[in-house]
Design a protein around this ligand. Sequence first.
Ligand code: PEP
Length: 251
Amino acid sequence: SAFRKLVVANWKMHGSLAFNQALVEGYLQGLQALPQTDVVVCVPYPYLAQMQSLLSGSRVAWGAQNLAKYEQGAYTGEVSADMLRDFGVQYVIIGHSERSTAYCESDENIAEKFMMAKRHGLTPILCVGETLLEREAGVMERVVGKQLETIIRLFGGGAFTEAIISYEPIWAIGTGLAATAEQAVSMHQFIRDTVASADQAAAATLKILYGGSVNPQNAVQLLNQKEIDGALVGRCSLDVEQFIKICQASP
Ligand code: PEP
């Protein structure tokens, strides 16, 4: 890979002020011995201010788990890109499957959120991936291809310049059953090729992470593939020791 490995923590709807403080202090301490790995922590909205105060000036960046597709207005319960910027946010997860299935988010909605993040100088972490049924039917590339094509069709391949895509097979998220390195590498190649055929230069700047039941054991194999630029970590990011071991697994 052309990049330093990037490990993104997705806390989902977990945490409290006290729990978070102990967790990020543990991250910072453990990361002292790991200068080769970049780390981002994606927290629930109410804790962005806490991350700004605990992590400013450190090597850990923070992010949100969603954003509104509108600039501002009568959208009760939504949070805008400018609001995230107010709290020093640099990254935002877009289209996580726990949102796209539970809240019926369409590919078009996801594409608009992706561009909203980019327009405001936030780095989008776009989640793509297939269901188990789709993998069993052998149509996983068609499914992921369609998720990428929606953005390419609306905004062009240049939209992926310096963006991040996380390949997250839905069957692997929170199930304990990670993709094999072979399955992940094959999809990562497909993703980079798809972006490259729309915009070669953009594809060269795109980081592609793997997400789905990453743990300290499987991280070694996954993170040592040159096609895998890093990991998006859910459950194991809530435990300092496991998270640091995953960061340690990256070359
Ligand atoms: C995720 O939140 O996208 C994720 C991959 O979770 P887990 O690591 O728990 O499977």
